[in-house]
Ligand binder design. Structure first.
Ligand code: SF4
Ligand code: SF4
Length: 386
């Protein structure tokens, strides 16, 4: 996949949504509005939320994000293309020296929109595709024509020379399709394939099947990294920080140096201006209506805590503590809000410290399972782009 220096081999497009975990990336959920009704949506997106940042506020935010040292600005949502001022915002981001990229469902990427985005300075699109089965994708996305429209969007990007990467959410019902989707990403001309793992949220009772899920999760990651080693594009399991350890164990080269980036080189801004370490973490670092983003990024106590990297439990004694870092959202959910606790969803950590690594605090959560038939139980799950 990558040569020994971590550089992309000749002839391979550079990745767009990440710079190896060292440069700062901000994801701005520009709106809660969405034209689809996806089962897994962390935003419970649909309608525009009252109090969303205005165009002027968005422009100011973009300037502050650039001042904070960010290199990449991800326009996400909801569906960011629902914002009527999106072209203006993209243009401003590019002028501020940021690399404007998108997390989009792809259904609104008409020829005209793609051309306008490119002219405005958009660097790349991240387009969601969860299945090669039209019927399954449509059912999961809650729209009878989503698959066709997304395919058209991908084709429009390709024809216009606007780079794109595929985004796939890994769930029970599409797990068997993941390797095939990776091949599809290559054949479709994507520059990269990012695989988003759902993070369980909520504070239910411990589920007996969790242990089994941890093993499944580990073997899914191994399968992905083994396959990635033979592909000419970059593959990144996202919000599965253990992929760094798995890659090292398998001897698979990756230019990524860090698993969880939350608060270290990544954060999100909500539609109403709340700054959080990632989309899954509910803890707030600040509000851009009260304080400029760059100050929040520099001085927030929440970010300082995450940057201390003083992890507990298995993550605290793990040789991969610095490179993987465990999922801080999961640590919090499983350990009563302690975001520096171990990530109990790790086969390696459980093996090292069991039984101490068991999430015996009974703060374990709803399953990560998302049922394509309904999926309501996971409505509050989501994904991020770290
Ligand atoms: S804490 Fe957030 S950014 Fe980090 S791995 Fe978990 S979900 Fe992803
Ligand atoms: S124990 Fe923690 S730091 Fe080590 S691999 Fe597992 S999640 Fe990552």
């Amino acid at each position: 996949m990558l040569n020994g220096d971590g550089e992309m081999p000749a002839g391979v497009s550079p990745p767009f949504f990440s710079q190896g975990g060292t440069s700062m990336i901000v994801s701005w959920m520009t709106t809660n509005q969405c034209n689809l009704n996806c089962s897994h949506c962390y935003q419970d997106a649909g309608d525009r939320r009252s109090g969303e940042l205005s165009t002027e506020e968005g422009m100011a935010l973009i300037g502050q994000i650039a001042r904070a040292g960010a290199r990449i600005l991800i326009f996400s949502g909801g569906e960011p293309l629902m914002r009527p001022d999106i072209f203006e915002l993209v243009e401003h981001a590019a002028k501020c020296g940021l690399r404007p990229v998108f997390g989009t469902n792809g259904t609104l990427l008409t020829k005209e929109t793609v051309t306008r985005l490119k002219e405005a300075g958009a660097a790349a699109m991240g387009v969601s595709l969860d299945s090669l089965s039209e019927e399954k994708h449509n059912r999961f996305r809650g729209h009878a024509d989503a698959f066709r429209l997304t395919q058209e969007g991908i084709a429009n990007c390709r024809e216009a020379g606007l780079p794109f990467q595929l985004h796939t959410t890994v769930m029970d019902w599409n797990r068997e399709e993941i390797l095939g989707l990776m091949d599809y990403a290559v054949s479709a001309g994507a520059s990269a394939h990012y695989l988003f793992f759902l993070i369980p949220v909520g504070r239910g009772v411990f589920l007996e099947r969790t242990a089994l899920e941890v093993e499944e999760y580990e073997s899914t990651l191994r399968g992905i990294m083994e396959k990635a080693a033979g592909l000419p594009i970059e593959v990144k399991p996202t919000c599965a920080p253990q992929f760094i350890r798995v890659a090292e164990e398998l001897g698979v080269k990756t230019r990524f140096r860090r698993g969880c980036l939350a608060g270290l080189s990544y954060c999100i801004v909500s539609p109403v201006g709340k700054v959080r370490p990632c989309a899954y973490m509910t803890e707030e670092a600040g509000d851009v209506r009260d304080r400029p983003f760059d100050e929040i990024w520099r001085e927030s106590g929440l970010f300082e805590t995450l940057r201390s990297r003083e992890y507990g439990g298995a993550c605290g004694v793990c040789a991969y503590g610095d490179s993987c870092g465990g999922c801080r959202a999961r640590a919090g959910y499983y350990h009563g809000g302690d975001i520096l606790a171990e990530d109990s969803y790790c086969a390696y950590g459980r093996g090292r410290l069991a039984p101490a690594a068991e999430p015996s605090g009974a703060k374990a959560t709803a399953s990560v399972r998302v049922d394509v038939e309904g999926g309501e139980g996971c409505r509050k799950s989501g994904r991020t782009e770290c």
